[in-house]
Ligand binder design. Structure first.
Ligand code: F0G
Length: 359
């Protein structure tokens, strides 16, 4: 029988395009190889004729795209003899760092903004045994502290300022090209620290420069209105948004993301918290795809720009859904509190409740 080899993660798959040696010990949880799902209902629902796909990165091992970068960052940290990794995080990086450190048998230190990370992410960092330091400050303050402490202590930074992170994350662009058998016309992402949009641009450029495709997408970055330094053209000191994953005012990959925008002919724009949550509900309710609020920013922005004609009808558009909806149960439940009906444990009541809702 024609069995295919077991999928063992993106370093094994893209070994010849990543900075690893033949004898490198790979720290992997089988990340990558996530589904690219065509949206069947949403574009029509809101009256725009684009061919819209979502890259469901929430299906990575720890529920976000960070795993693509973390497998590389932790693999290289171990190769270099490091015994500990450290990051500042709005939640997903800390969950991923904690998991890959556990897998490698090294320590993880994570700095998170007190009270501003989603419950699932906190649970992950704790369960994987990271040393969790809640700071009375935001992500940007955490990032500054991590850089300062890593200059003195023997710990490897695994935020996206670590170049190996972007190398791992560029593989998402490879996968998209391989599935579509071409580059999309537009690629839309939520932007926080701006590592992921920069990493995708690296990947698209690489396949283009190596002659694997003959075009590259226009890169479009969407930020939450309260945390939109790229749109404002300047850092934001007090970022605020319901999408806590992208509650960042001082993005570390500032220059790289501007390069992606300029070279690709793309743009940055903002989405309000209401638009972000509406897109999250639309994906969950109309397509069966549950992503966290930050992720829905890409779809909220793409739909708006498609309706306005800035993304022309007929375009092939990919939106990255960066994290799984289960990461943030509080925001999900707060949006649909009235969808649970309590009834007595009796046939009459259950039958009545069902028949009422069937036409
Ligand atoms: N979406 C989600 C779900 C994220 O967790 C992040 C970043 C982004 C989008 C933005 O990606 O930073 O590469 O522009 N989360 C980081 C963290 C900051 O700490 O988990 P970016």
């Amino acid at each position: 029988m024609p069995f295919r080899p077991r999928y063992t993660g993106l370093i094994d798959k893209y070994r010849d395009r990543l900075p690893v040696r033949d004898d490198t010990r790979v720290i992997s949880l089988g990340e990558g190889n996530t589904p690219l799902i065509r949206l069947n209902h949403v574009p029509g629902d809101i009256g725009c004729a684009i061919d819209l796909y979502v890259k469901y990165e929430g299906l990575n091992p720890t529920g976000s795209f960070k795993d693509r970068g973390m497998t590389m960052a932790v693999t290289k940290a171990v190769e270099e003899g490091s015994r500990a990794v450290i990051c500042a995080s709005t939640g997903n990086t800390s969950a991923s760092a904690a998991a890959y450190a556990a897998r490698a048998g090294i320590r993880a230190f994570v700095l998170i903004p007190e009270g501003k990370i989603a419950l699932g992410k906190l649970a992950q960092a704790m369960m994987h045994g990271a040393v969790v330091l809640q700071i009375r400050g935001n992500f940007d303050a955490g990032m500054r502290l991590v850089k300062e402490v890593a200059a003195e202590a023997p710990v490897t930074i695994v935020n996206s300022i670590n170049p190996f992170r972007l190398q791992g994350q560029k593989t998402a662009a490879f996968e998209i090209i391989e599935e579509l058998e071409c580059a999309p016309d537009y690629h839309c992402l939520p932007v926080g620290n701006a590592g992921n949009i920069s990493a995708h641009w690296l990947g698209y450029r690489e396949y283009y420069e190596h002659g694997i495709v003959n075009s590259r997408p226009v890169m479009v970055g969407y930020q939450a209105s309260g945390a939109a330094p790229f749109l404002r053209g300047a850092m934001v000191d007090h970022p605020e948004t319901v999408a806590t994953a992208i509650r960042i005012g001082h993005p570390q990959s500032w220059d790289k993301a501007w390069t992606a925008q300029k070279e690709s002919g793309g743009w940055f724009d903002e989405c309000s918290d209401e638009e972000i949550l509406a897109a999250q509900r639309l994906l969950a309710g109309r397509e069966g795809i549950f992503c966290e609020p930050a992720s829905a920013t890409s779809v909220a922005g793409a739909l708006r720009d498609a309706r306005a004609g800035r993304i022309p009808a007929g375009s092939k558009v990919v939106c990255t859904l960066t994290g799984h909806g289960l990461k943030d149960p509080d925001i999900a439940i707060a949006q649909c509190g009235d969808r649970v009906t309590t009834v007595p444990a009796e046939l009459e009541a259950v039958r009545g409740a069902i028949l009422d809702r069937l036409e």
